[in-house]
Design a protein around this ligand. Structure first.
Ligand SMILES: [Zn+2]
Length: 135
């Protein structure tokens, strides 16, 4: 894919390896937190912590802010009860890796002519150190 080459395949490969390692550990069925319709729109989003609750804005949707060792952060949505539970740092790392998996899927769905790609380098070269509720 042109996009991956533009930003360097090694970082995209690191993302793939991180996702593969998690898949090998938790199983494929525990990776499928997001499904897409054939037109590319999101069909369903499960909570990435419990993988059972469907996350819906205004119903059971809580945004968690993951803090990284390089000072950056990342917002991700979980179900209310998981977001307010005492999640381990290992669990937060898994949740972030599931977001990486989602970005890989979205990148794969982009047409090769799409002008904007994913810069994987900053996404794979950071480690979660803590997390907090956004609100
Ligand atoms: Zn949950």
């Amino acid at each position: 894919m042109v996009i991956a080459k533009e930003y360097g395949d090694e970082y995209r490969l690191k993302a793939i390896n991180m996702v593969s390692e998690l898949r090998n550990r938790v199983g494929h069925e525990n990776m499928m937190w997001i499904t897409y319709r054939s037109n590319g729109l999101v069909e369903r989003t499960l909570c990435k912590a419990c993988m059972t609750e469907e996350v819906k804005v205004g119903i059971n949707y809580t945004v968690v802010k993951i803090h990284f060792d390089n000072g950056s952060d990342h917002l991700t949505a979980l179900c209310d009860s998981c977001a307010r539970s005492d999640m381990s740092l290992e669990k937060i790392k898994e949740i972030y890796t599931l977001d990486l998996a989602g970005w890989l899927m979205e990148e794969a769905m982009l047409p090769s002519s799409f002008p904007i790609g994913i810069n994987w380098e900053p996404l794979v070269n950071r480690n979660p150190t803590s997390w907090s509720l956004l609100n």
